[in-house]
Design a protein around this ligand. Structure first.
Ligand code: 13P
Length: 251
């Protein structure tokens, strides 16, 4: 089976001024990377170019948090994949639960954003996850399979090569409530099975599936120990250089 390189990604969400972003990326550049993980930060658009400039030549890659599906046009406040790339992003997060629930990104919209990111060669970190209500109704796997099915619709394994998936249970985001390692493993294994059924075993074995939702320096080791957990997508603790450094250097 393919050995998967771990991915540790920090989603800065709507945090950090330019000065704060610069200080954080500078600190992370010297934080070590003992697992040879792919380390990614996703600053807000105002900090993207600055962070990309400062990260140049380091082991840290820069992602944006979303892109619009068009390359340009009359879409006030939106940012296109062309602009994101121009500012230095090589990846984009798509389908974050805050985009889905606060800004109304549907599976159909996300499918268009996937198209836009693929068109411009941005590596996608595609987020999926269930609400507490859906979990309690035993709908977790069905909800996630539908998010994957509809969001990625129309593309082959070859076209989706390199795609990263992030499982972020909505009830664990920013709540301090983490899925237990067993809960994370169960869903990650189901996602890998979905990928195997749809795109083949080779694709499933090669695809990195990250866990996100209150990942901390104190719980990252046990989460990363799960066989189908290939990395973490971190919110709150990604803003704290020492905490995120510990997460990058998980045991
Ligand atoms: P927290 O780590 O703050 O729970 O956020 C997780 C997240 O949404 C990362 O994208």
């Amino acid at each position: 089976m393919t050995k998967r390189t771990p991915v540790i990604a920090g989603n800065w969400k709507m945090h950090n001024t330019l000065a704060e972003s610069a200080a954080l990326i500078e600190a992370l550049k010297t934080a070590g990377n003992k697992n040879n993980a792919e380390v990614i930060v996703a600053p807000s658009f105002t900090s993207l170019a600055k962070v990309a400039e400062l990260a140049k030549g380091s082991h840290i890659q820069v992602s944006c948090q979303d892109v619009h599906w068009e390359d340009k046009g009359a879409f006030t406040s939106a940012v296109s994949p062309v602009q994101a790339k121009d500012a230095g992003a090589t990846l984009t997060i798509l389908g974050h639960s805050e985009r889905r629930s606060v800004f109304g990104d549907t599976d159909e919209i996300l499918n268009k954003k996937v198209a836009a990111a693929l068109r411009h060669g941005l590596t996608i970190i595609f987020c999926v996850g269930e609400t507490l209500q859906e979990r309690e109704a035993n709908e977790t796997i069905a909800v996630i399979n539908a998010q994957l099915e509809n969001g990625l619709k129309g593309y082959t394994a070859e076209e989706l090569k390199g795609l990263i998936i992030a499982y972020e249970p909505v009830w664990a985001i920013g709540t301090g409530k983490t899925a237990t390692p067993d809960q994370a493993q169960e869903v990650h294994a189901a996602i890998r099975q979905f990928l195997a059924d749809k795109y083949g075993q080779e694709y499933a074995d090669a695809t990195r599936i990250l866990y996100g939702g209150s990942v901390k320096d104190s719980n990252v080791d046990e989460i990363m120990a799960q066989p189908d957990v290939d990395g973490a997508l971190v919110g709150g603790q990604a803003l704290l250089a020492d905490k995120f450094a510990r997460i990058i250097n998980f045991n």
